[in-house]
Design a protein. Sequence first.
Length: 753
Amino acid sequence: MPTSSSKQAAANNLPISASSSWLVHLTAALIAGCFITITFASFAYLFLTSVGSEEIAQLQEPSDERELLITLLGFIALTGSASWFANQFARRRLIDDSGAGAERELRNAINTIPAIVWSTSPDGNNDFHNQRLLAYTGVDAATALGMGWVDMLHPEDLERHVAAWRDAVATGTAFECESRLKRSDGQYRWFLARAEPLRDPSGRVVRWYGTNVDIDDRRRAEEALRRSDAYLAEAQKLSRTGSAVWNLATGEVVCSDEFYSIFGFAPRSRLSVEMILQRTHPDDATFVRRELARAVAEVGQIDLEHRLLMEDGSVKHVHLVAHSTRDAQERCELVGAVMDVTARTKAYAALEASECRYRHLFDHMPVALGQLDLGEMAGLFAELRASGVTDLDAHFDAHPDLLTFCQGSLVITAANGNLIRLLGGTDEGAIIGRSALGGLLGSSDTIRRSLVSCFRMETSFQDETKIETIDGRRIDVLFTSSITSSGPDRDTGVLGLIDISQRIRAEEGLRRVQADYAHSARVSTLGQLTASIAHEINQPLAAIATHGEAGLRWLDNATPDLDEVRKSTRQVIANAHRASDIVGRIRAMAVRREQPHEVLAFDTLLRETILFLRHEAQSRGVTIIHRNNADNLAVRADRVQLQQVVVNLIMNSIQAMADSEADRRRITINTTPDGMAALLCHFDDSGPGIRPEHLPRLFESFFTTKCDGMGIGLPICRSIIEAHGGSMSAENGGAEGGARFILRLPTDVSSAN
Ligand code: ADP
């Protein structure tokens, strides 16, 4: 909105100035005054002289030359005044017309220039702005006046902008501020606001004139550039890569911040190539200079790693890539990037050392080690998984050929000396390339389980098995395989073989000793049971004798009753079998031979063994209660060994109850299932129980509290049960109030149906 001051400003710029100096005005007024005076004087003279001589009638016709001259002079003055006034009027018209046009021009110019233009009073209150502000902000003219314009500022810029403006107004210094202005559609754009004060001759600020120029695009470009620079700097920082350009003609070197950081120079300091080269480790300097010279001379590329010797004496490893190029003036420039690879180099060195250590361990460990290539197998397993196979064990059942294929897929790629020796080879060549499973392992069960373990991505597998050596021996080994790479691409494994032949031999020796002990214990028990055994055998023998005599009597009759003789004979035979069975059982208990494991109904075995001890128990006043479990769970076991355990436990209980009241000597035996694949059998007696201090030592060899005891019964029982895959323990507080012995044995699931 134009103001008086803007009009004044417009007028100042007019080609014909309406406000020419006061001298011009004064001159014009004097000239006009002269003309008017002369005119009036001429006409006054003519009028006064004619009236005075009463010859007015002759006035129309001047008779002498003086009157004519005066008349002429008056006419000229009149005409001059009229023409001067006309001229002045025309000039004024011209001036007025020109002033209005210029103002219009100015107004158009102010509204057209691509900026918001405004002015304020000396105190900073806006009193004028061009149409552009209104068009941009969409507010009406009055709203922006005074300090109304602050509402158009972005809230984040408001405080800063107003403070800067107030400061400028207070100090009378030029104002400049970048801030965002709200557009009519609510969007903000960046503007550069500038203002200068207009001062009067005394230096007092009389007005402020300002502009707001839209710099949003520039700001965005600057922001994008700044962000791009920041990203680049960040990327360089992250990758520890600095970049530099060296102009050979000017010697100028331009470097990125990271370059300064890598070389340890103060940021943005002025660098020369020589300064940079001086950072090169002395041992690498010649080589680096030569390569740089070659790149410059041949306009080529260099790619090298070298060391830097830093001011503090530390050493950095850098990877330098550079190539020379020509600028527009055909001047050579070297453009390069330097990556700080100190950490990587150290990691490589550590890795190398680690590999060296691994190799050393691999070669010198007192264990036979081989490296396996699992690549083919890993590929096959990946395919199987992709096709939905989750249970490799079941898959092998359905595809036996696959197992054979897998056996050949685990190939040995490296072997240490111990493996070569263990396998009876002469050198690594005899081992490398051999299948680790098919070629070595005798037990296909171990092969299968190791493959299943690998398929399940278990990191290690171990099994005791036998292997076939190259020179035809069969040795017992602890076979271990482990996967060294992690993740789904596991393709390297380590095979370990420990010769356990000696341990197996020692274990066999130990087993023999245990068997001898067990045998001795059984024989010793049989010795204790002599009376019972004699009683047991005596019964069928007595029956045989009775039935034999009866048969003879039937034969001796006058009319022999052959039917009765047959009956008696059958009884003789049956009792002979009974006696034979008893003798057989006693023999089995007495012989040293190991029995093959067979599937046995556990409660049947208990019943038979209790029968064997029946007389012993009865003679000592002990009642044995056997609670059959409904399922009669089956176990796979050595019958005689299990009988020995049962006899031992019952005999111990009988002995423990020797001092108990005669009518309270009870043993209860109860079997229950333990989960899906085991049984629990409790032997409870009503004896005094086990003294708490004896409990931890109960299963130690030769621990006994009896004066005639040997202390090998319970350890043998436990080793028998453990050899059957079970466990054995003892506690107090059983169902009968005395000791409780607990057997846990795996059941034979195959016979469950
Ligand atoms: P021995 O019968 O020769 O002593 P065992 O190994 O069979 O050897 O038993 C070791 C010890 O365990 C016995 O001396 C006894 O102290 C204790 N013991 C075994 N069974 C029982 C039981 N049912 N009640 C109390 N103590 C028992």
